[in-house]
Design a protein around this ligand. Structure first.
Ligand SMILES: *[C@@H]1O[C@H](CO)[C@@H](O)[C@H](O)[C@H]1NC(C)=O
Ligand SMILES: *[C@@H]1O[C@H](CO)[C@@H](O)[C@H](O)[C@H]1NC(C)=O
Ligand SMILES: *[C@@H]1O[C@H](CO)[C@@H](O)[C@H](O)[C@H]1NC(C)=O
Ligand SMILES: *[C@@H]1O[C@H](CO)[C@@H](O)[C@H](O)[C@H]1NC(C)=O
Length: 420
């Protein structure tokens, strides 16, 4: 069963997985996966999605693959084109990349009356533009004088990020979740933001500050991180939603998934990018509390942030980034065991349902869908680079086969509503 949505950007990790697996020695033993053949398959999957977007949906944000038309989702800035920029470079399509950069330069304007998600605009628009900007030279694009501190994509990223800054003007430094790109924070805007919506800026914002010389971006991102850190519970956990004006926790479920996930991811990736020991030590402290209170048999559950009592014995597909993160801090054995737990869920359904009740061994009602999320694939990629364990290539193969089988339609790839 398919839903009409166009998760082209989510397939990004799939392209990365196959491409990064190239140049690695062949798997030592077991059923060999023909990486070169899968590489070509994945390329043609990308073009199936991308060409259908151009033909049927541009200049809207996203393609609706079941109705073969387009819609605006996170703004109205042809988001899929921004999402696809770095993938075009990774696939070596420099001419198409250059064409798209011109189209974006002419067509995209952030001075618009749109209520935008601060989080989504950062990770997709600012992050997409910055990664394409930084990759462009290595990919063979001719860059302008002064690069990497100058360039059309950097200017667009800075424009977009400036539109987000009013959201950070709160008594705590934690941002509102929504901002109007033209008018700033709307009067009466809810002060409740999820933890990930507060702690997922440092990678893009510090990069932007370093490239532009304006410290404001890194400063606001760091201040928001510091407030979250100060407001962790006395057993060392953070909850799911907080009031950014009063700093009171309004949803007190602590876990590694939805609402929190990329806060932890950005502490680790920010620490690596900036060689910042303070960010890493924050993460390592969280990691201790998370292992102590939420980890059982290499699964991670949800617990009450002050008491540590289990509130939800559920694995969410968004949590599948965690083994990759553990591999980045060198905890390979634990990462691999957790990854294998998650891979059994993939094998049970031929994909990852949004929620999986661990003791019951089945999906959770109304959360049976699979919106082609990339997290498990990202973990497989990191773990493969660390271990070259052939099981990880098998996951990659299973993902390609499943997505083609259950999600491919004439106009692209659609969200799977449930597994049948
Ligand atoms: C680059 O992308 C465009 C648009 O999909 C396509 O027409 C062209 O063949 C691609 N070029 C290469 C070298 O893959
Ligand atoms: C943005 O949100 C505000 C407050 O909810 C609302 O009044 C306004 O109409 C919205 N603007 C747009 C363009 O949707
Ligand atoms: C939460 O953070 C705010 C802002 O940094 C701080 O004033 C407050 O003391 C913190 N609350 C707790 C319980 O630590
Ligand atoms: C682990 O949990 C126990 C209570 O179950 C607690 O006493 C101990 O301090 C915790 N350790 C860490 C590192 O969180």
């Amino acid at each position: 069963m398919l839903l009409s949505a166009s998760p082209l950007h989510r397939l990004g990790w799939l392209w990365l997985w196959v491409l990064h697996s190239l140049g690695q020695p062949p798997p030592a033993a077991g059923k060999e996966v023909d990486v070169a053949r899968y590489r070509e398959r994945v390329k043609s999957m990308f073009y199936h999605a991308y060409d259908n977007y151009l033909e049927n949906a541009f200049p809207y944000d996203e393609l609706r693959p079941l109705t073969c038309d387009g819609q605006d989702t996170w703004g109205s800035f042809s988001l899929t084109l921004i999402d696809a920029l770095d993938t075009l470079l990774i696939l070596g399509n420099v001419s198409e990349f250059q064409r798209v950069v011109s189209v974006l330069q002419e067509g995209v304007n952030f001075d618009i009356d749109v209520n935008a998600s601060v989080f989504e605009t950062n990770i997709r628009v600012v992050g997409g533009l910055l990664s394409a900007h930084l990759l462009s030279k290595k990919a063979g694009v001719e860059v302008e004088a002064g690069w990497p501190c100058s360039g059309p994509l950097l200017r667009m990223a800075e424009d977009a990020a400036r539109k987000l800054l009013p959201a950070f003007q709160t008594p705590t430094g934690m941002p509102y979740g929504t901002v109007n790109l033209l008018h700033g924070v709307n009067p009466g805007e809810t002060p409740i933001t999820c933890t990930a919506g507060i702690g997922t800026f440092i990678v893009e914002f510090a990069t932007l500050s370093h490239l532009t010389g304006d410290p404001i971006f890194e400063d606001v991102a760091r201040k928001a991180l510091k407030t979250l850190w100060k407001n962790r519970s006395d057993i060392g956990l953070v909850g799911n939603h907080v009031d950014v004006v009063t700093a009171k926790w309004v949803a007190q479920d602590a876990g590694i998934g939805a609402g929190v996930d990329s806060y932890f991811e950005y502490l680790v990736k920010g620490a690596i990018l900036l060689q910042d020991e303070e960010l890493m030590s924050m993460f390592l402290d969280y990691n201790k509390a998370i292992s102590n209170y939420t980890k059982f048999d290499d699964w991670y559950l949800w617990v009450q942030m002050y008491k540590g009592t289990v509130s939800m014995p559920v694995f969410q597909s968004l949590e599948a980034y965690w083994p990759g993160l553990q591999s980045l801090i060198g905890d390979i054995d634990s990462a691999m065991r957790t990854f294998l737990n998650y891979y059994t869920v993939w094998k049970q359904f031929g994909g990852l349902p949004e929620f999986y009740n661990i003791p019951q061994g089945y999906t959770v009602e109304k959360r049976e869908g699979y919106p082609l999320r990339p997290e498990l694939i990202e973990s497989a990629m990191y773990l493969y680079r660390a271990t070259q364990d052939p099981t990880l290539l098998e996951l990659g193969r299973d993902v390609v086969e499943s997505i083609e089988k259950i999600s491919k339609v004439e106009c692209g790839f659609a969200t799977v509503k449930y597994f049948s």
